[in-house]
Design a protein around this ligand. Structure first.
Ligand code: ATP
Ligand code: MG
Length: 256
C-alpha cells in the first residue's frame, strides 16, 4: 500500500476536490499477474484512475471486478474489510483479496471527517455490529427491525454526513426506484457539503446523477463515458422503448 499527496499544481479550489484523487496499481510489485485478483479486468487494466468529481461511478459486467477494486480502495483508505465506518472492527469471514497492498492512493491535502464503506454482501453483519455497539446516530429502530431498504435508507439519512468519504457497492440493491430518487437527492446534498462518493452500480437511475464521472469497465479496460454512453443506459432505454420487441427476441416462438 502507498499514499501520496496531490501536487501543488493540482491543488486548485481544494475545498471542491475529493479526498481520493487517484488510484494506481504498483504493477512492478505484482509477482503473479495471471492470478486473482490481478487477472480480473478491473485490476489487469488498472493503470491510473482519476477521481476528479465528488461522485464517481464504476460500471461494468458482472464479474469484471468492481467489488474487488472497491473493497481494496476501502481497506487502503482505512475501512474495515467487511464494511462500516473507519472505527468498525468486526470480522465474520476473511474473504478480501490482497489487492489493497498493491494500490497507490493519491489523496488531496484534506482528510475526510467521517465515512462509510457499504460492502454489498455484508450489510447484515455491519447492522449486527451497530446493534451490538448500541451507538446512537443510526436512527431509533434497530437496523434488523427494518426492511432491507428501510435499514439502508435509515443508515444513509441518519449516519451519513458532509465532509465524508463514502465507498458504496451497489447501494441500489435495497432500494425501490422511488427510494433511489431520495438517495440521489441526499447524495447531492452531501456532495455539496464536500463529501466524496465512489460507487459501483448497475442502476441506470443512479448513473443519471449530473456531473458524475463514470468509468465503464470492460475486457479492454476503463473508459470515461457519459451517462448516455453507458451500456446500462442504452440497454435499459431500448428495452423500455419497446419491451414487446425485446421479449419476442428473447423468447422467440415460445412467447405467451
Ligand atoms: N477469492 C476469490 N478467488 C478467486 N476469484 C475470485 C475471488 N473473489 C472473486 N473472484 C472472482 O473475481 C471476479 C470479480 O468479482 P467481483 O465480485 O469483484 O465482480 P463485480 O464486478 O463486482 O461483479 P458484480 O457486478 O456481479 O457485483 C469474479 O469472476 C469472481 O468470480
Ligand atoms: Mg460486485
Amino acid at each position: 500500500m502507498c499514499f501520496t499527496f496531490a501536487k501543488e499544481s493540482q491543488r486548485v479550489k481544494l475545498s471542491a476536490l475529493p479526498y481520493i484523487r487517484e488510484v494506481s496499481l504498483k504493477r512492478a510489485e505484482v509477482e503473479n499477474p495471471e492470478e486473482f485478483p490481478f487477472s480480473i479486468p478491473a485490476v489487469r487494466e488498472l493503470h491510473s484512475l482519476e477521481f476528479s468529481s465528488n461522485v464517481t461511478f464504476l460500471v461494468g459486467e458482472n464479474g469484471s471486478g468492481k467489488s474487488t477494486l472497491l473493497e481494496a480502495i476501502a481497506i487502503a483508505s482505512g475501512f474495515n474489510a467487511e464494511g462500516g465506518s473507519r472505527n468498525f472492527n468486526f470480522h465474520t469471514r476473511i474473504s478480501h483479496s490482497v489487492l489493497h497492498r498493491y494500490l497507490c492512493i493519491t489523496k488531496s491535502h484534506k482528510r475526510p471527517r467521517d465515512g462509510f464503506f457499504l460492502r454489498a454482501e455484508s450489510f447484515y453483519n455491519a447492522a449486527t455490529y451497530i446493534d451490538d455497539l448500541g451507538v446512537s446516530g443510526y436512527g431509533e429502530t434497530s437496523l434488523h427491525e427494518q426492511s432491507h431498504g428501510e435499514s439502508f435508507l435509515s443508515l444513509f439519512l441518519n449516519r451519513f454526513g458532509g465532509k465524508s468519504l463514502f465507498i458504496l457497492d451497489e447501494p441500489e440493491a435495497a432500494l425501490s426506484p422511488n427510494r433511489l430518487l431520495s438517495f440521489l437527492r441526499r447524495m447531492h446534498d452531501l456532495s455539496m457539503e464536500e463529501s466524496q462518493f465512489i460507487i459501483a452500480t448497475h442502476s441506470p437511475i443512479l448513473l443519471a446523477y449530473p456531473g458524475a464521472t463514470i468509468y465503464e469497465l470492460s475486457e479492454d479496460g476503463y473508459e470515461s463515458v457519459t451517462y448516455q454512453e453507458t451500456s446500462h443506459f442504452q440497454l435499459t432505454k431500448s428495452f423500455l422503448n419497446d419491451p414487446d420487441r425485446f421479449l419476442a427476441k428473447l423468447f422467440g416462438d415460445q412467447i405467451f
